[in-house]
Design a protein around this ligand. Structure first.
Ligand code: FE2
Length: 375
């Protein structure tokens, strides 16, 4: 366990050591087109493929990577499958948050013993490049955690996948690793999932935001951030709170038909160039009113970046005791107002941009207004 976290969060348990996020798998209606979008707009690189050509007649998967991030886009090849049902119910969305562990059998045994519902018993999958042990448990909604043990595997991704050589290779945009992944859960369910991550997964509560921290004139929500022992996995859990109008969390739950992954925050070392490039490639970001910049630097103080660039790109800034951070949020990346992305650059700060919550949620409310869901 990381020394600093051990000092701050002695309650984080070591029974489930996790090296990091192994991959995130999305179930989508058209994996080929989704892969094109994430390559073009987000700068992901072609990594691996599985489908008819590799002998899989049930589904097609494209694996994309950028630095430490791996995403998988999977579509079913016929109806009446779990994947098709997932897409019909939720639209495109995150199905699997896979975690890289040393011992997938033990991870499954320890978590199911503590109350997790099994999704997949430990099993070995192999090809010419070696073998992987995989197991899985359910988390909120229809979302799943898979445990991946890959120390005896040296292939491109997982057994059964072949290298994906493409002639279309847009440049990366500087995305480095997944900083955190947020789950939206139903009314009064945040504490249930806090307990799940604490008791079943051995995580600790890093920080809690109540509805006073996260509210505007119209809407409110609450959030608890859960972290594993080494701090590489951070899962904030949001639930709606009472407000004058329908919150973004309620809107999500309605369109996603239940709990699910709300946003994936990806770290960059150079947010100005990353965001500039993503905008050029067609990614739509939320915009805060220009008046945000009239006062933000009174609160945040001096930063290294050019303020005009930050303002022109509508990047948000916040500071805590350890430093500052820069962040920006995309609009939802599918037709339903569900999953979106955050791009974040940390300059010391380990927090989540609390000082920006109000401006950010007002920007989201403007979008809700356009969609007719701010009622
Ligand atoms: Fe976030």
């Amino acid at each position: 366990m990381d020394k600093k976290l051990k000092k701050i969060f002695p309650e984080a348990k070591d029974f489930l050591p996790i090296h990091g996020t192994d991959y995130v798998e999305f179930y989508v209606g058209n994996a080929k087109q989704a892969a094109h979008f994430y390559k073009t707009a987000f700068g992901f690189q072609s990594l691996a493929y599985s489908g008819l050509e590799t002998g899989d007649t049930t589904k097609t998967s494209y694996v994309l990577s950028q630095e430490k991030i791996r995403i998988v886009l999977t579509t079913p090849m016929s109806g009446n499958t779990e994947i098709e049902e997932h897409i019909t119910k939720h639209g495109d969305g995150v199905k699997i948050i896979a975690l890289w562990v040393d011992d997938a059998k033990k991870a499954w045994e320890e978590t199911t013993k503590r109350g997790a519902k099994s999704y997949e018993r430990p099993n070995e999958i192999s090809d010419n490049n070696g073998s992987v042990i995989r197991s899985g448990i359910h988390t909120y909604g229809d979302t799943v955690h898979l445990f991946i043990e890959r120390k005896n595997f040296n292939g491109i991704f997982l057994p059964g996948f072949k290298q994906w050589d493409s002639e279309y290779n847009p440049e990366p945009v500087g995305l480095k690793y997944i900083d955190h992944m947020v789950g939206n859960v139903g009314w009064n369910e945040m504490n249930i999932w806090e307990e799940f991550y604490r008791d079943v997964m051995g995580f600790a509560n890093l920080i809690t935001f109540d509805d006073k921290d996260i509210s505007t004139q119209y809407t409110a929500l609450m959030s608890k951030v859960m972290t594993n022992g080494n701090g590489r996995i951070k899962f904030p859990i949001n639930e709606p709170a009472e407000g004058a109008k329908k919150s973004q969390i309620e809107e999500y739950l309605e369109f996603y038909n239940g709990p699910g992954c709300q946003h994936i925050a990806i770290a960059t070392d150079d947010i100005i160039n990353t965001v500039k490039e993503m905008k050029l490639r067609g990614v739509e970001f939320l915009h805060v009113p220009k008046s945000y910049y009239d006062t933000v630097f009174d609160r945040v103080g001096k930063i290294d970046e050019e303020i005009t660039k930050i303002r022109d790109l509508s990047i948000l800034v916040d500071r805590d005791e350890e430093g500052y951070l820069l962040q920006i949020f995309t609009k939802p990346v599918e037709d339903r107002p569900t999953l979106f992305f955050e791009i974040i650059q940390r300059k010391g700060a380990q927090s989540f941009g609390k000082g920006n919550f109000k401006a950010l949620f007002e920007a989201i409310e403007l979008e809700q207004e356009k969609r007719g869901t701010l009622i």
